[in-house]
Design a protein around this ligand. Structure first.
Ligand SMILES: O=C(O)[C@H](O)COP(=O)(O)O
Length: 509
């Protein structure tokens, strides 16, 4: 789709309320034949718009670079020791990067600019390889929801928590889903393509002819309304829940399905106005539109919509996929289109290897979370999550570690040990027994577990040799994967970033 306002244009830019980056163009007042130069005018409008969009993108990227490359400044409060080092992949919003206090954190996408090997990784859709994760990395944070670009099971095995930012970009995705519903119900993209590729060409950009043709050919693109139709929402988390409410507000009927609905998410649903399907098949049977909002998990949501359950669908069902390609089996859908069994559209911000170029498959770039607001929210939330973890060991919004929060006692002076170990019987006992042999009195502790991993945080008084303590503990408890000693971060020499971190896999390599 070309980037310009609707009707043929005078080329005169006017201020447009609510639009920051895309100027509107004043409508023509009298009909006239468009000279050949008309094409040049439209092109120059488009070039101007594209240049403007590009300059905004460049400005944001430059700002992000500037923040990331800022030399380590002296931190507020006079701290002048080493800072936590964060390696970024992808362009991360400066709004998030600015959350890392200068002098206490050094953030860069370039290893050479980090004074020490990275202690955390911050990324968006970059396909993270295991080799990119040195043993100094204590955590990884995804500015966004989907973590299928991160080798999570391997990270779990290495004892590295992976965080994401659930909900931070949900509104942006919801708005695009609503747009997707309209793209599915009306011939918007097809009509635009036809106008540009057929009408303009055939009528040689003659305005009067173009205007007549636009009226005449509208009959080719008759759509339907979404009001009163049924939307099936698969996955009722932060995005799905918002989609449910927005669709209801537009007068749609909504049926939802989520086999792992959290209590938190359930509270946000309009239970009285949304029907809840007992199974995916039940949802597919009644839906005119189906939108998927589940994470991509191999073996769980891979081809969740497939050749078997597509047979349950209404023939004119349209699919919206702003989650991940592999959730819908594109090959099966293509076969159903081929056999004439399905006639609705498939709207997505992901390409599909089996449907590329198929007239029913309307693809746009992966734009779900690409709004300034979503990028800012996700980066800010990611930065706070990392800071909390690095400075206190707190785990919130992790996809592979248990939620763990142990508030420090006011005025606590001394150490905190954060231990990651295999979730096996007797390990906690081994840890506390060992600390007892070292004359360490535990003041408070928390022990949590998730799957194969357990995480323990213990507070105690001052210790003289944290490194020796960690080495001794690892020897006494073979199930320990890593441990991290946190003193009073930034306040005493034991609390300096980068110190006292034990990693079994690095030591045994
Ligand atoms: O997983 C997500 O949050 C979305 O797909 C957005 O991804 P992006 O940050 O790469 O745009």
């Amino acid at each position: 789709m070309m980037l310009h306002a609707t009707a043929p244009l005078t080329g005169k830019a006017v201020a447009c309320k609510g639009s920051r980056s895309v100027p509107c163009v004043a409508p023509r007042t009298t009909a006239r034949r468009l000279p050949v130069a008309r094409a040049t005018s439209t092109e120059s409008d488009e070039i101007a718009l594209l240049e403007k969009a590009l300059s905004i993108a460049k400005e944001r990227a430059a700002k992000a670079k500037e923040v990331a490359a800022a030399p380590p400044a002296t931190a507020a409060g006079g701290y002048s020791g080493p800072g936590f080092t964060i390696k970024t992949f992808n362009a991360i919003s400066p709004v998030g990067l600015e959350r890392f206090p200068a002098g206490k954190y050094v953030v860069s996408g370039d290893d050479a600019k980090l004074p020490a090997s990275p202690m955390a990784i911050m990324l968006r859709s970059h396909q993270l390889k295991q080799e990119e994760v040195p043993p100094t990395v204590r955590c990884i944070v995804r500015c966004g929801a989907g973590v299928n670009n991160i080798p999570v099971p391997k990270m779990t095995e290495l004892g590295i928590p992976v965080f994401n930012t659930p909900g931070a970009n949900a509104n942006a995705v919801k708005e695009l889903v609503i747009c997707g519903l309209l793209l599915a119900s009306r011939g918007i993209l097809e009509g635009n393509k036809y106008t540009e590729e057929v009408i303009y060409k055939e009528e040689n950009m003659d305005y009067d002819k173009v205007a007549k043709r636009i009226e005449k050919d509208k009959a080719k693109f008759v759509g339907c309304e979404i009001e009163g139709k049924t939307l099936g929402v698969v996955g009722l988390g932060a995005i799905g829940g918002r989609v449910v409410n927005a669709a209801l507000a537009l007068g749609m009927k909504v049926v939802g399905y989520d086999p792992v609905l959290s209590l938190d998410a359930a509270w946000k649903l309009p239970g009285d106005r949304m029907a809840r399907a007992e199974s995916l098949e039940d949802l597919l049977k009644v839906s005119d539109y189906v939108t998927v909002h589940v994470p991509y998990i191999k073996g769980a949501t891979h081809h969740m919509i497939n050749g078997t359950n597509l047979k349950q669908c209404k023939p004119n069902v349209s699919f919206l996929n702003f989650s991940r390609t592999e959730i819908i089996d594109g090959e099966a859908l293509r076969d159903m289109y081929k056999a004439g069994r399905l006639t609705g559209k498939y709207i997505s911000d992901f390409a599909d290897p089996f449907l590329s170029g198929h007239p029913k498959h309307l693809v746009i770039p992966h734009l779900g979370a690409s709004t300034e607001e979503a990028e800012d929210n996700s980066a800010a939330m990611a930065a706070e999550t990392v800071k909390d973890f690095l400075e206190t060991g707190t785990i919130r919004n992790s996809v592979n570690f248990p939620q763990t929060v142990l508030d420090k006692k006011p005025g606590h002076i001394g150490g905190r040990l954060c231990i990651v170990n295999k979730n096996e019987a007797g390990v906690l006992g081994q840890i506390t027994t060992f600390l007892g042999t070292q004359n360490i009195n535990i003041e408070q502790q928390i022990n949590t577990s998730r799957g194969d991993i357990a995480y323990t945080v213990l507070d105690f008084g001052k210790v003289e040799d944290p490194a020796g303590l960690q080495a001794g503990l690892a020897k006494a408890c073979p199930a320990i994967i890593s441990s991290r000693f946190i003193g009073n971060v930034f306040d005493d020499e034991l609390g300096q970033p980068g110190t006292y971190f034990y990693v079994k896999w690095a030591n045994s390599a």
